[in-house]
Design a protein around this ligand. Sequence first.
Ligand SMILES: CC(C)(COP(=O)(O)OP(=O)(O)OC[C@H]1O[C@@H](n2cnc3c(N)ncnc32)[C@H](O)[C@@H]1OP(=O)(O)O)[C@@H](O)C(=O)NCCC(=O)NCCS
Length: 149
Amino acid sequence: MVEGKWFAPGTPVSPEMLSVRRAVFGREEDALDAESWNAVIWADGVPAACGRIWWKEDAFWLGDIGVLQEYRGRGLGDLALRLLLFKAQSHAAREVRLRCAPETEGFFSRLGFRPASGGSDAVEMAMAGSDIDLDTCRNCHREDCPSRH
Ligand SMILES: CC(C)(COP(=O)(O)OP(=O)(O)OC[C@H]1O[C@@H](n2cnc3c(N)ncnc32)[C@H](O)[C@@H]1OP(=O)(O)O)[C@@H](O)C(=O)NCCC(=O)NCCS
């Protein structure tokens, strides 16, 4: 079973979120956590993915989206990103931005992010809030899907 949970700004930082962040990014709690919504995703009872969203200078920023190595390739990263985009959308975001390693650019462009600036170490990506599209069926051509009938 896959379960997601939100931790609101100003609430105690979740030890489960920190366990994922530590394993993926080698980082601990920081000052940004107090102003962020943190999302944690459990897979079969194991905290396996995390991500956060915060407001800064007229945009919502996403960051620290990570999945434990052994849980990658199962859609958990996609779920984390969609949860964060849903949060941005439900706060009427005008713009959503993030910084990522160039090798993950494709992961974010799938859901509409476009490079805004970049270097060899990090790319800044952005999308307009009005372009957030969480309809997972729109571009799917699966003929045997029960939703088609
Ligand atoms: C990037 C990351 C979050 C992806 O998580 P994941 O759980 O493996 O991804 P998913 O299984 O949800 O993949 C969803 C889709 O994205 C694609 N995808 C995954 N990683 C990708 C990448 N690096 N580049 C392009 N596409 C990618 C998958 O192929 C899949 O495509 P599909 O829907 O067509 O099958 C994970 O690899 C990770 O934690 N990386 C290290 C931390 C990091 O770099 N985070 C991003 C910057 S904050």
